[in-house]
Design a protein around this ligand. Structure first.
Ligand SMILES: *Cc1c(COP(=O)(O)O)cnc(C)c1O
Length: 385
């Protein structure tokens, strides 16, 4: 990583104990914003005072890591990402624990996934350690923005976009990685709320050989039409089925799907069309820790509907960073609607939610070292020690 001076108005961030620290230049905002009260936080509407940014240029590589005041981009209208969606992102959270310490939840896993998403979109590789440092640097600078009320968090959105102004279709020669942060409220301010989902055999989100396992803008664009139609029909989310036979469960909305039939917890396997969720992985790990039978295997919608009819489908839920779990209270498919667990949050869903949240806020032990305390840093005037 180069130690170029780009904007040393406020110096460079150094992490204590880091062996080969990247010189991240810091330019603090002259006009800090007023933070919303913890009680008034929503999702992704308010952003902190600063952002992290690093640019890529063909031949030069990734250069000029810096923290600058949160600001708009000045993009050429021909910028590649605006036309062909060569873009990837990720989403993770920083929590203020009950002991006052700020912790990131599984940041290494999120950084590694962003790198894999880049690969799928032909975006030049970023060093996962640099991504990790960007998390620590931005949360460190804006740590006053990490809310403290139970259920709240600082949501981090690392994103990479193609920035070359060029209308030809090929990988861009220039990119920007940026990281923004948003204080978010409890997803369940009024308690965990089960949702109604509609399985669709009319639309597909992803197909084998496509980009379903990358966190990329185009997958979200592909989901909007079906989601709007489901909303018109009175459902909250779409249950996506596989793109070939339109039978096997893939994901729900933008979350991974899990269900419990009898004693078996089932989630579809990662075969290329499903985003490998960090929450999915955490929950599978907890299930194994607790000695529960958890299977990653294909499950067909007609088997789910049959299990609902005979009463063996006891719980169903989505998993993702924003909500941790989202219980499914009602499932529609073709002309049929079934109610799951009386439309209420099931005991296992609740137990999984409680266990993960307790680890995030350091109310419980963290046997798998999922949380990473914020690295202490200093700002120095020069890029070399
Ligand atoms: C982000 C995402 C998830 C959930 O992943 P987490 O790492 O648990 O937040 C699931 N499915 C899709 C399509 C996603 O984009």
């Amino acid at each position: 990583m180069g130690l170029a001076l780009i904007d040393d108005r406020d110096g460079f961030i150094w992490f204590d104990g880091a062996s080969a620290p990247t010189a991240i230049a810091v330019s603090r905002t002259p006009e800090p914003k007023v933070r919303p009260a913890d009680d008034n936080l929503q999702f992704g509407t308010v952003f902190t005072d600063h952002m992290f940014r690093i640019d890529y240029t063909e031949g030069r590589g990734w250069h000029d890591p810096r923290i600058v005041p949160y600001q708009a981009f000045d993009f050429d209208p021909a910028t590649a990402v605006l036309h062909y969606a060569q873009a990837v992102f990720d989403g993770l959270k920083a929590f203020r624990g009950v002991d006052g310490t700020i912790r990131l939840f599984r940041p290494t896993k999120h950084a590694q996934r962003l790198v894999r998403s880049c690969e799928k979109l032909c975006i030049p590789a970023l060093d996962p350690e640099l991504i990790l440092q960007s998390f620590h640097a931005l949360v460190g600078i804006d740590q006053a923005w990490v809310p403290g009320k139970p259920g709240t968090a600082l949501y981090l959105r690392p994103t990479v976009v193609a920035t070359e102004p060029f209308l030809g279709v090929r990988p861009s020669n220039t990119y920007t990685y940026f990281l923004i942060a948003s204080p978010v409220g409890s997803y369940y301010a009024e308690g965990i709320n089960p949702v109604k989902i509609l399985a669709t055999d009319k639309y597909v989100r992803a197909v084998k050989g496509g980009m379903g396992d990358a966190k990329t803008a185009a997958n979200y664009a592909a989901s909007i039409y079906a989601a709007v139609e489901a909303k018109h029909l009175g459902f909250t989310q779409v249950l996506w089925l596989d793109g070939v036979e339109h039978r096997y469960l893939d994901e729900v909305g933008t979350m991974n799907i899990m269900l419990k039939i009898g004693d078996e917890i089932i989630t579809p396997p990662l075969t290329g069309t499903i985003l490998p969720g960090v929450t999915r992985d955490s929950i599978l790990t907890l299930c194994h820790d607790w000695g529960l039978k958890a299977s990653e295997r294909p499950i067909a919608i007609e088997d789910v509907m049959a299990a609902a009819r005979d009463g063996s489908l006891v719980e169903m839920w989505g998993t993702g960073t924003a909500a941790v779990v989202s219980p499914v209270g009602e499932l529609g498919f073709r002309d049929e609607r079934v109610i799951i667990n009386g439309g209420k949050t099931g005991p296992l869903t609740q137990k999984l939610y409680d266990a993960i949240v307790a680890i995030q806020y350091a109310r419980a032990a963290d046997p798998h070292s999922w949380t990473m305390p914020l690295r202490t840093s200093q700002t120095r005037k020069t890029a070399t020690a």
